[in-house]
Design a protein around this ligand. Structure first.
Ligand SMILES: Nc1nc2c(ncn2[C@@H]2O[C@H](COP(=O)(O)OP(=O)(O)OP(=O)(O)O)[C@@H](O)[C@H]2O)c(=O)[nH]1
Ligand SMILES: [Mg+2]
Length: 313
């Protein structure tokens, strides 16, 4: 992710990939040089994201003869981001140099994604910044650029970045293999219980796969399982009971949450450190409950768990 200072690059990265909300990125400091983050997108694709701080002294360094090859080579996906309220010549200069070096040192790149950010602001002039950036470019070069007006504040920038990364998953054989395997494991769970299963990734909160095929939902937030106040009460009582029964007191874990509607049970269960499974039963009766509880502690569930911990790099 490249672009002038204050464009919103770090905000976008943290809100999309690390699960932060916008409030948490209001007061970010300028990124010093290049910050590198590793994470697993959608539970299947390992990403090594370079977020290049955009202050002008860093720019000079990235473009310098001694650094440019290191900075611009072996890039797989290139995202350029600007603040659409800043229509200045230096933005165009940075963009032109960026394009020159990215296509020189990463010639396999077919497209550069350009995000015109902060369109939520009244002063945003996305048409003007588009005009400035494309000014003087050849048609061939223009065809390789994909411009999208976005806002990190309103969520459209995150949506766009997810689209871009999903496109990369489609190009990546290893990710597709992983996805196929996970779908298969979910289908196995479904065979036994007739419930529908959805598997979510953390920290991005995105769906990895489901038995309902393609299923779009907003990224989940704050789905980390943590022991809260209710649990310490439960633990206290549980310890007492175990004392009375002369049994061992083992620590309690919050691993499954059960909701019910009039006709269904909805179960949420942590599968691995980074994944959460949601099951929705077909009906609501003793049998549905019994089979799903059995399944979630059975072999098929363990295969899923094993696979997910194996692919968690
Ligand atoms: N209004 C508005 N503010 C935004 C938006 N995106 C980011 N910001 C704000 O812009 C400021 C700069 O964001 P950063 O993410 O630090 O920008 P950056 O591109 O990483 O900057 P450098 O690290 O210096 O290159 C922060 O105060 C953000 O809260 C947006 O879509 N709308
Ligand atoms: Mg930054």
């Amino acid at each position: 992710m490249f672009g002038p200072e204050n464009a919103g690059k770090t905000s976008l990265m943290r809100t999309t990939c690390l699960g932060y909300n916008f409030m948490k990125v209001l007061n970010l400091k300028p990124t010093k040089s290049i910050s590198r983050e590793n994470f697993i997108f959608r539970g299947i694709m390992e990403i090594n994201l370079w977020d290049a701080g955009g202050q002008s002294h860093y720019m000079e360094r990235y473009f310098s003869e001694s650094h440019r090859e290191l900075v611009f080579s072996e890039v797989i996906t290139a995202v350029f981001m600007v603040d659409s309220t800043v229509i200045e010549d230096r933005v165009k200069e940075v963009f032109d140099k960026f394009l020159t070096y990215i296509f020189e040192f990463s010639p396999h790149i077919k497209q550069v994604y350009v995000l015109l950010n902060k369109i939520d602001l009244q002063e945003s002039e996305e048409d003007k910044i588009y005009g400035l950036l494309t000014n003087g470019l050849s048609d061939e070069l223009k065809n390789r650029l994909v411009f999208t007006p976005v806002s990190v504040k309103e969520g459209s920038a995150q949506h766009r970045l997810i689209e871009v990364l999903d496109f990369e998953i489609q190009q990546n054989t290893l990710s597709l293999q992983r996805l196929g395997k996970i779908r298969h494991l979910l289908d196995e769970l479904k065979v036994n219980t007739l419930s529908e299963y959805l598997l979510f990734n953390q920290p991005d909160g995105l769906l990895i796969a489901s038995t309902l095929g393609k299923f779009e939902s907003k990224p989940l937030q704050f789905m980390k399982f943590e022991i809260g106040t209710l649990d310490s009460n439960v633990y206290q009582i549980y310890s007492k009971i175990m004392d009375l029964l002369n049994s061992d007191i083992s620590p309690l874990e919050l691993s499954t949450v059960i909701y019910e509607s009039e006709e269904k049970y909805v179960l949420i269960k942590e599968v691995s450190n980074n994944t959460v499974l949601m099951a929705v039963t077909k009906s609501k009766n003793e049998e549905a409950f019994g089979t799903i509880m059995k399944t979630l502690s059975g072999d098929d569930f363990n295969s899923l768990k094993q696979y997910l911990s194996d692919v968690n790099f």
